[in-house]
Ligand binder design. Structure first.
Ligand code: SF4
Ligand code: SF4
Length: 430
């Protein structure tokens, strides 16, 4: 008897366990190592007798595995070896067999300046604390104080970003309000060309009341508003005013210092309490909410953070699965332009720019001339990363290379693929 997984079911094996992705209902089904070994041979169209011989296990045991999967509607029995074409969204021949695809661009960060009068945040740029979602905050970087890009260059960058099909443009600083004329020119340009997937990154510390009328001219942008946790009274009032008066989608990002909390329970209690403060005050206005974490030593503190546990797993779907097979889930398609024209592959990994807009003439020219260098980062899939390459979750797992000490190794994750278990069961069961 032959058994094959259905076209929408894909098996991924780790060293100890495996999972079957079910793209029909976007769920996963966990399998043990020996079940994976049986299925691997079944997927090669070897029948139950042949598998029994090869693995030296009883046919009854093999049939039990097949029946279990059949009951879960993950596979079917066949009298003869079948031909099963797995579900995919990319036409297989387009996948570099006959020609190279043009670059697939996702997120473009554009730094409007590299300065801030506040300069008080210990998690800013290269300061002493690292921040988990540093890319979604404002930062002043030590290495690129010079700001030489004129406003026309910024407009040209946006123009090219749209032609290159970037899906999201994130405007950030320093303090994005430092030059209101420049900000207005860029937001007007994006509005004129009907590009609405724009995020403007602000810090509560930068905000003045006059900016409300200014920002309300630009209805389609999204605002990522950073602030510190614990929230002091003054900041809390300011945040409420912003939420009540701005007409855009607002996403709150509260930053909390992990080192101040002894345990994850203590930390989460504080986070929930601060969330309630904001939520109660602003219950009529819907805003997104995300906690960000800072630490002087993530290797010591990461066990307190849910996102380093099971929460790092994304909902499975065929697009994500295919994306993660080709691209790094975060770096893939992303670029960052600093205010001196330097282009980086990440907003935070800033050791060496891949090029400079002023020297090379344009953003597209940088991408063209540094294609291989850029694509090495974009295509840094988890198959290339130590520990992840042995893990069955590698095509549905979030990633941040900037926060890891070793670019090619994952340390900040509570899953042990060699034992097949999470050693911190903090987040909910999947
Ligand atoms: S407000 Fe932003 S740019 Fe200013 S110091 Fe803080 S993190 Fe840095
Ligand atoms: S980070 Fe790596 S080891 Fe951890 S769950 Fe994701 S793929 Fe597995």
């Amino acid at each position: 008897m032959f058994f094959r997984l259905n076209p929408e079911a894909r098996m991924v094996l780790g060293v100890k366990k495996g999972i079957i992705y079910d793209f029909f209902i976007n769920d996963t089904y966990s399998i043990k190592g020996e079940e994976g070994a049986v299925l691997r041979l079944a997927e090669e169209n070897i029948d139950s007798k042949g598998i029994s011989k090869k693995l030296d296990i009883s046919e009854e045991f093999i049939m039990d595995i097949f029946k279990k999967l059949n009951k879960r509607e993950l596979g079917e029995f066949y009298e003869k070896p079948p031909f099963i074409e797995p579900l995919h969204t990319n036409y297989p021949f387009s996948n570099k067999t006959f020609f190279k695809q043009p670059p697939i661009c996702t997120k473009l960060f554009v730094e409007l300046n590299n300065s801030c009068d506040s300069q008080q945040c210990a998690y800013c740029g290269n300061e002493k604390l690292n921040r988990l979602f540093s890319c979604m905050g404002c930062n002043v970087w030590k290495e690129s104080k010079m700001e030489i890009l004129p406003v026309e260059s910024y407009v040209s960058i946006l123009d090219q970003a749209i032609k290159l099909n970037f899906r999201e443009i994130i405007l950030t600083g320093g303090n994005v309000f430092k030059d209101l004329d420049k900000l207005a020119t860029l937001l007007k340009y994006l509005e004129k060309v009907n590009f609405s997937n724009v995020i403007l990154i602000l810090h509560e510390k930068h905000f003045k009341e006059d900016y409300i009328a200014f920002l309300n001219q630009f209805k389609t942008i999204n605002i990522a508003l950073n602030f510190d946790i614990p929230i002091n009274e003054k900041a809390s009032e300011k945040i409420s005013k912003i939420i009540h008066n701005l007409s855009q989608n607002i996403f709150l990002i509260g930053i909390i210092n992990l080192s101040k909390f002894g345990s994850k329970e203590e930390l989460m209690e504080k986070v929930n309490c601060e969330y309630k403060k904001i939520a109660v005050k602003n219950k009529k206005n819907k805003v997104g909410w995300q906690v960000d974490f800072s630490s002087s030593n993530f290797c010591k503190d990461y066990l307190k953070v849910p996102i380093f546990g099971k929460s790092r797993l994304l909902s499975p779907n065929v697009f994500l699965y295919e994306w993660c097979q080709e691209f790094n889930p975060c770096l893939g398609g992303m670029l960052n332009v600093a205010s001196n024209g330097d282009v980086y592959v990440c907003r935070v990994i800033k050791e060496k720019p891949v090029g400079n807009i002023l020297q090379e003439g344009s953003l597209s020219q940088v991408i063209r001339s540094k294609k291989n260098e850029i694509e090495n980062f974009w295509h840094l899939t988890k198959d290339n990363i130590k520990k992840c390459r042995d893990c069955e979750f590698r095509y549905l797992c979030n990633d941040c290379r900037a926060i890891e000490k070793d670019f090619l190794q994952t340390s900040l994750c509570t899953y042990d693929p060699y034992k097949g278990r999470w050693f911190d069961d903090f987040s909910q069961k999947r």
